[in-house]
Design a binder for this molecule. Structure first.
Ligand SMILES: [Zn+2]
Length: 366
């Protein structure tokens, strides 16, 4: 039995082998060729093809480390199927420490791209044709952006049964239903029938150990569930919490933000999550939860402008059977404050006087 080679960038990767490649993207102004580094592990045995992508946003590095550690655990001779890893998609942004490309475009709004388009469009097109097209399943890894850190979370179209199943298997502390955004890698891959999870965890410009650990375990669980690897070393199936609605609390005025909650915390509607003060420390406003739920995103830089997104709360979909489990741990963080202060609306509080617009936006999203 001989399995066909996997063809990528004009190169044949024989079954049962691993190959690192650099796919040429474009020449830089000084003449060097910018290339897309990828690793193909083409298993000796047949099975599905799965891609894992990181750093589509150049400042979001979680996926770089997740891909490296997953690759370290997958051997071509044992693998059923094919793993295509692109740890650093936006090589330009990574070099500049930026979310964007040198053409100032957001790569994750540039899919599916085109061969003769902008630099972002060309890179997007290459990813679609070389990486996404031959795969059936994909995991795109992101981090919080712009001083925001995220609780490890999977985002996907949870109304699609297969995607929901994969999200459950991935087992992040929370799965958030998010429709595909057109122009995104996930959206355009899904439009081509691929099942894609977006794993979002940690903050920009760092390898957050917990974010990486949860991501590696999740990817390996998915590969195990697809019968690509022997997943026996992977622990039990998890039961992630589900959210279909998330809300940001924004700064109603500029100042210095002091956080009084943490990622994974269970919060009640109206609960104080922090304060905004002036330079001398005088409190200007309290920052309160707009709904009860789990803190899934948090601004870490205390210097805030009016309108900045500060705390992201995911409203949980509570299965009837878990109603008694409120206050359980989420993502390793204490989820119920030991002594929650009673909530007292204050008429003079600008948070109360003018609640933020509920735009349902996912700041820092893919
Ligand atoms: Zn991102």
């Amino acid at each position: 039995m001989s399995r066909e080679a996997f063809r990528i960038g004009g190169v044949d990767v024989p079954a049962g082998t691993r190959r690192a490649l650099e796919l040429p993207i474009a020449r830089l102004p000084h003449g060097a060729m910018a290339a897309l580094p990828c690793v193909v592990v083409h298993g000796a045995r047949p099975g599905p093809a799965v891609f894992i992508t990181g750093a589509v946003h150049g400042d979001e590095l979680t996926g770089v480390e997740v891909a490296r550690r997953v690759l370290a655990q997958v051997r071509a001779r044992d693998l059923h199927g094919t793993l295509v890893a692109v740890p650093m998609v936006n090589v330009f942004g990574v070099t500049e420490g930026s979310r964007f490309l040198p053409d100032r475009r957001d790569l994750n709004r540039s899919f599916p791209g085109s061969e003769r388009g902008s630099l972002a469009g060309r890179l997007a097109h290459m990813v679609m044709t070389e990486i996404v097209a031959p795969c059936q399943v994909g995991i795109d890894v992101h981090s919080g952006s712009d001083h925001r850190h995220n609780l490890p979370q999977v985002r996907g179209d949870l109304d699609d049964p297969r995607t929901r199943e994969l999200a459950d298997i991935f087992g992040a502390p929370i799965s958030i239903h998010a429709r595909e955004r057109s122009g995104s890698l996930r959206g355009e891959a899904a439009a081509r029938g691929k099942k894609v999870l977006l794993y979002e965890a940690g903050g920009p410009h760092l390898f957050d150990p917990h974010a990486v650990d949860v991501g590696v375990a999740g990817v390996l669980r998915v590969l195990g569930a697809l019968d690509m690897i022997n997943a026996s070393p992977i622990d039990h199936r998890t039961h992630p919490r589900i959210s279909r609605r998330t809300l940001w609390t924004r700064a109603l005025r500029g100042g210095l933000f002091r956080v009084e909650t943490r990622l994974g915390a269970r919060v009640r509607k109206g609960q104080a999550l922090g304060t905004i003060s002036d330079v001398m420390g005088h409190r200007l406003a309290r920052v309160k939860a707009r709904e009860g739920g789990v803190v899934v995103g948090l601004r870490m830089n205390p210097v805030v402008f009016q309108g900045d997104a500060l705390v992201h709360v995911a409203v949980l979909e509570e299965p009837a059977s878990s109603a008694g489990k409120r206050g359980a741990k989420v993502g390793g963080a204490v989820s119920t404050p030991a002594a929650p202060a009673p909530f007292r609306p204050q008429a003079s509080d600008p948070e109360e006087a003018r609640p933020p617009r509920d735009d349902g936006s996912h700041e820092g999203d893919a």
